[in-house]
Design a protein around this ligand. Structure first.
Ligand code: ATP
Ligand code: MG
Length: 411
């Protein structure tokens, strides 16, 4: 048993007997055996790199949870709060708590609980659990002991349903964690666990959300953006850059590849593609993406297509797009409504960036009536006339790499 005698002061000036730390609840803990080991190791590494700029941390793996503490237990509360906020963006975590680490004995638990509840008004409930049963009290006994002490000290009413404050007590192997608040995590799987893929990122609302959803399923993603350059300004590139910088909080180390697409679009137009121009161009984007994915070690392409949202996103047209490449095209938004997509975009911080004005490269090519039931044979003919394979090769070679990092350039 470790003896802990740390104290620290909260932002409200209350001194709490315990060491401030971050208690991390893991997602999908149903995973068993080797998978679970991989999950936890990957998550541990991802957390460590996410908080590298804030403080050097130690991350302990416990049963179903992890603990992040500032090296040597020297943290102040503000640093721990900053850690918790960053960790809440790391994929594979369902809940993040700013917790206090105290000695594994009832007295230490009561002392910290009283400190944490001091100055509060309203009703409360204590919820205890034991991950390690070697503790003199059962969970029910802890609830009762701590609850009674809080009533005696502050006269607050106990309310088990919808209390104003919930005080959690979690008994662990070497210590007890006590906390009152937390941040919801993103859920899902640690980035990197499912491999790597390439996102086709426009400046729009949908593709950043698609990227988010696939990162959440454990994919590490690279980004590919086609600009209308040299026939448009660089605005769409700035937007793509800003979007990747925001999305980088979910994985770190993001790479954005930008391909000037204006001249290729001109070629498509003069190839007589006519009503098929939009699809021909999307096939060319996918072909280019496939070449780049191979170079980057990506095993799939990701797009923001949502069934029926725009005329190029009919089932027939999606089939015609799939025909252009061999890699699977992941479309995580295929069954989502625009409202749901926008809600997610708002929550993950990309909506405002996507709504900035720009000159979408696609508008250069908008035919009067777009084809909704493209014939694959016709598209293959256009590809032949364009020498799409060769063209895609040249486009991939022309890609410029950027490394937008979360937090960089922030005011
Ligand atoms: P978004 O909101 O993501 O722009 P959208 O609803 O505007 O999507 P489309 O314009 O048909 O739909 O594009 C469908 C998908 O094709 C996008 O989600 C994106 O994955 C890809 N895409 C379109 N334009 C570009 C571009 N300029 N660069 C890279 N990918 C693109
Ligand atoms: Mg778009």
């Amino acid at each position: 048993m470790t003896v802990l005698d740390a104290t620290a002061q909260t932002a409200d000036g209350i001194t709490v007997a315990g060491e401030p730390c971050v208690l991390i609840k893991l997602g999908e803990v149903v995973l068993k055996g080797r998978n679970r080991e991989t999950f936890e190791r990957r998550l541990q590494g991802n957390i460590r790199s996410a908080v590298r700029d804030i403080a050097p941390v130690e991350i302990w793996r416990r049963h179903g949870v992890m603990v992040a503490r500032v090296g040597g237990g020297t943290a102040d509360v503000a640093t721990v709060d900053a850690l918790a906020e960053r960790i809440a963006d790391v994929m594979g975590i369902v809940w993040v708590h700013r917790a206090w680490r105290v000695g594994k004995d009832p007295d230490s638990v009561v002392r910290a609980a009283l400190d944490l509840m001091s100055g509060r008004t309203g009703s409360f409930a204590v919820r205890s659990r034991r991950r390690d049963k070697r503790f003199p009290l059962t969970s029910t006994e802890i609830d009762r002991l701590v609850g009674t002490k809080i009533v005696e000290a502050y006269g607050l009413p106990v309310r088990l349903k919808n209390p104003d404050h919930t005080l959690a007590v979690e008994v662990d192997r070497d210590e007890v964690f006590v906390y009152t608040d937390g941040l919801p995590g993103q859920g899902g799987l640690p980035v990197g666990m499912s491999g790597r893929a390439l996102v086709l990122l426009s400046g729009g609302i949908d593709s950043p959300v698609a990227a988010y959803r696939m990162m959440r399923r454990g994919l590490r993603v690279d980004y590919l953006h086609f600009s209308g350059m040299p026939f448009t300004g660089p605005e769409s590139i700035y937007k793509a850059y800003a979007l990747v910088r925001e999305l980088d909080k979910f994985q770190g180390g993001s790479r954005l590849f930008v391909v000037p697409f204006g001249k290729a679009q001109q070629q498509i137009k003069s190839s007589g593609a006519d009503r098929l121009a939009v699809l021909a161009q999307r096939r060319l984007m996918l072909r280019t993406g496939e070449l780049m994915a191979h170079r980057l070690g990506g095993a799939a392409l990701i797009t923001g297509d949502s069934l029926g949202q725009v005329s190029s996103q009919t089932l027939a047209n999606m089939t015609a797009l799939n025909d252009a490449v061999e890699l699977p095209i992941l479309r995580p938004l295929v069954g989502m409504d625009k409202v749901e997509i926008m809600d997610t975009a708002r929550r993950i911080g990309t909506l405002a960036i996507s709504e900035l004005p720009d000159e979408d490269c696609c508008t250069l090519l908008a035919p009067r009536r777009a084809e909704t039931r493209a014939k694959i044979e016709d598209l293959r003919q256009i590809d032949k006339r364009l020498d799409a394979e060769e063209l895609a090769e040249r486009l991939a070679d022309s890609a410029q790499e950027h490394r937008p990092a979360y937090g960089e350039g922030a005011a």
